[in-house]
Write a protein that binds this ligand. Structure first.
Ligand code: GUN
Length: 283
């Protein structure tokens, strides 16, 4: 079987071209979308993500700023920064990069964001509305994956989907989105027994466990669609996914590469939701 790469980078570029037009239209009406990312601490992966988010945002004309705070920052200080942004009419999107340092209650910080400005979809109001099927800002990674699957004509209705990972950011919302698309969904995690057997029965396999090359060729059903959310470093410091992509070649029908698969889509949905907030304001 020929395995097709699900090219997130290309789709992201195409979508961002259209977004640039939307930003230009907003600018003609005197509105510049504003996005601020708060980054606390020195986490290397977070620094890279945040830099990429800023670069992509600027490319399409979004006014993007980063507030960098040291590891020693207190929860109150972060919440103070958030509250200033809540009150700033030039800022439409606020994103607190996760993970936060251990001394902080992540949920408390996320709750301090005005939910109308939450572009990550992590605020309980957005999470709750999403769960209930109401209008909501969505978590960007699963939203990006759904967009990538749809753009590539992947059928989900009636299919068996396995999500490996149960985080609030990816696993849980991913499972809900797949269920809403009428897939039959199983969620697996580190305590799951017979995980390989579940994988072997999955038409769609989404891996978000953060363990390099955990999913090997023998996990895959023939012609499965494989989505790799992993961003891991191997012993040489090379970026690798959760899936052994090379091993999956010839077995999977479609697979996302790492890098260039899910990552660019996450950023694109963040930009999409930032622009949408400004468009909604003008309605
Ligand atoms: N950490 C890893 N992924 C994300 C994300 O999509 N948003 C935020 N805020 N933090 C993250």
């Amino acid at each position: 079987m020929k395995t097709e790469l699900l090219d997130g980078k290309k789709l992201a570029q195409d979508m961002q071209l259209q977004m640039k037009e939307r930003v230009n239209k907003l600018k003609e009406k005197g509105k510049i979308p504003g996005l601020t990312v708060i980054l606390v601490g020195e986490n290397k992966a977070s620094q890279t993500y945040v830099r990429n988010k800023e670069r992509q945002a600027k490319k399409i004309g979004i006014h993007s700023t980063i507030i960098r705070l040291p590891d020693t920052t207190t929860e109150e200080e972060v919440i103070n920064e958030v509250e200033k942004l809540n009150e700033n009419p030039a800022i439409h999107g606020i994103l607190v990069q996760l993970p936060l340092p251990k001394q902080m209650d992540e949920q408390k910080v996320l709750r301090s964001i005005r939910y109308e400005k939450d572009v990550d979809g992590f605020h309980p109001m957005n999470m709750g509305n999403f769960l209930l099927g109401n209008q909501a800002t969505l978590p960007c990674t699963p939203y990006g994956i759904m967009t990538l699957l749809k753009a590539n004509g992947v059928e989900l209705e009636g299919k068996r989907a396995l999500v490996i990972g149960r985080s609030n950011i990816v696993g849980k919302p991913m499972a809900l989105m797949l269920m809403n698309a009428n897939a039959t969904v199983t969620i697996a995690h580190s305590r799951t027994e017979n995980l390989k057997e579940l994988a072997q029965n999955a038409d769609i396999l989404i891996s978000a466990i953060g363990s390099g090359h955990f999913v090997t060729a023998d996990f895959l059903k023939s012609a499965a669609v494989v989505v790799d959310v992993g961003m891991n470093r191997d012993e040489h410091g090379k970026l690798i996914g959760d899936v052994d992509t090379e091993g999956a070649m010839g077995i999977a029908s479609k697979i996302t590469p790492v890098p260039g698969g899910v990552g660019p889509m996450t950023i694109t949905m963040l930009l999409e939701q930032t622009i949408k907030k400004v468009e909604d304001e003008l309605r």
